[in-house]
Ligand binder design. Structure first.
Ligand SMILES: [Zn+2]
Length: 325
């Protein structure tokens, strides 16, 4: 009796496994077929970059009038594209040294009744360092690569996923503030979401993607590469080597130096940053020269398009395949 029962059980689970893996394969191959055709419009990438880095925004320092303009701009794009706020408004507010900081959060709800309770957070910080010591009378740190570039990527991804709505899991598109003041916006939000018992699957954070890497066989690198199987799975989903390992990122402990770390600390789930800044390809880090005209819009557009299949598949696999090591 026991043996037979076990045999049946094995047959049953083997059968289930086959079905699952066929369905998973369909999800993955349909993502390659359909999503591979996704196109991001380079002129909207450029337009958003130009707005976020304009002198009018005065370097987007948290609490300033300049960053308020950036916040309103992002909210308007979310609204125009019918992306719902996650809370009652798009804003998640927090105090920072007597000023107010605002994270901006749009949501694209999942389509599966069960899986929609699980969330992906696609994030980038949109604040920068404001005014610094002038060089040739320019004192505005416009923060094009750091991190208008990542913010534009999150905007474009939000627009893309809200118009396709084929994600089984829910997705939050998050624009974080006060990163430059010590990851304060993300610390606030990660704690709030944790307190609200959000079921976070993965945080995919985007930083400094305005210039291509040089001499690499991958388009960007992942911080905390060895912390999880995210890069490996992402490349498998993409059918292409998108994400690689950068020794310098490990040496400088970039895993703990951007907002992904706040989500990692609260949730202990895969939370990592993708970037193409390799310490040799851009000389304007926290510099008044970090301007929009130094961004490679066609590279950015290609990278945003390239990460769509991987994000799509993360939002659709039947199980949580991305795990901490
Ligand atoms: Zn910075």
């Amino acid at each position: 009796m026991k043996t037979a029962g076990l045999g049946l059980l094995f047959m049953f689970s083997a059968c289930n496994l086959t079905q699952n893996s066929t369905e998973e394969k369909e999800i993955i191959s349909s993502s390659k077929a359909k999503i591979a055709k996704a196109t991001i419009n380079p002129s909207s990438v450029k337009e958003e970059l130009d707005f976020l880095t304009s002198n009018d925004l005065m370097g987007r320092n948290t609490g300033s009038e300049g960053i308020e303009k950036a916040a309103v701009y992002i909210e308007n794009i979310l609204r125009k594209n019918n992306i719902k706020p996650h809370y009652t408004t798009y804003r998640d507010s927090f105090e920072v040294k007597g000023a107010s900081g605002y994270n901006i959060i749009g949501m694209v709800e999942g389509t599966d009744p069960e899986l929609k309770k699980e969330f992906l957070i696609i994030s980038a910080h949109y604040d920068h360092i404001g005014l610094i010591s002038p060089i040739a009378k320019d004192s505005i740190a416009n923060g094009a690569n750091d991190n208008a570039a990542g913010s534009v990527a999150v905007l474009e991804l939000a627009k893309h996923f809200s118009s396709t709505t084929r994600n089984k899991r829910s997705m939050l598109f998050v624009f974080l503030s006060a990163e430059e003041k010590g990851l304060l916006g993300s610390k606030h939000l990660a704690k709030r979401l944790k307190d609200e018992k959000l079921d976070l699957y993965v945080n995919f954070n985007i930083e400094m993607i305005g210039v291509p890497m040089v001499g690499k066989d991958h388009k960007a690198y992942l911080t905390g590469f060895e912390e999880s199987n995210l890069a490996q799975k992402f490349n498998e989903y993409s059918n292409e080597k998108i994400l690689g390992f950068l020794p310098k990122a490990k040496e400088f402990d970039l895993f703990r130096r951007s907002d992904n770390y706040s989500f990692y600390q609260e949730f202990k789930v895969p939370s990592q940053t993708i970037s193409s800044f390799d310490f040799t390809n851009y000389n304007y880090y926290h510099h008044v020269g970090d301007e929009a005209d130094k961004m490679d819009v066609s590279f950015m557009t290609d990278l945003i398009e390239s990460i769509i299949p991987g994000i799509y598949t993360m939002a659709n696999t039947l199980t949580k395949e991305i795990k901490l090591n």
